[in-house]
Design a binder for this molecule. Structure first.
Ligand SMILES: [Zn+2]
Length: 157
């Protein structure tokens, strides 16, 4: 099959259909100046790549590493789309609870700012003007407690 340009079109190496050149993205590196696969095939390949296991794993790792950011943007989305958010929670009760529990655990394990702020405002009302130095002080206190607890656990084993 000739894949070079013939008149105003060429064969797509993906779907093997003869298509007009406007159906292909430009690619200066190729002899005919066009991508070997048509726009539709390239889009499909991109979508497939976006959902491979390794990409999903990378995305998950990035989300865990940027949990505060992810949570913030999820909250913003939910605020902008209250109906959709309520619908999603209704349809995914288990997922929603599991995600809450999991993200709370990670925030607790990492002694994140949001976890410490929540601890410091037990009533849940939040302390918007809490100085960062106090958050840091509380973090050090928690680290000391955890350290002592780990020593105790070592002795008990
Ligand atoms: Zn194609």
């Amino acid at each position: 099959m000739n894949r070079q340009l013939q008149g105003n079109g060429k064969w797509c190496s993906g779907c093997a259909i003869f298509l007009h050149e406007s159906e292909f993205w430009r690619c200066a590196a190729k002899p005919d100046g066009l991508q070997p696969r048509c726009k539709r095939c390239q889009r499909a390949a991109q979508r497939a790549r976006a959902n491979t296991a390794s990409t999903k794993q990378k995305r998950r790792e990035w989300m865990n590493a940027n949990l505060e950011r992810v949570r913030r943007s999820a909250r913003e989305w939910a605020r902008r789309n209250p109906d959709k958010a309520a619908k999603w929670r209704m349809e995914n009760t288990d997922k929603f609870r599991a995600a809450e529990v999991k993200s709370r655990k990670i925030l607790r394990d990492e002694l994140s700012d949001s976890y410490i702020k929540r601890l410091l405002s037990k009533n849940g009302g939040g302390l918007p003007n809490l100085p960062h130095s106090l958050v840091e002080a509380k973090r050090v206190q928690l680290q000391i407690h955890r350290f002592i607890r780990s020593l105790r656990n070592d002795n008990n084993q």
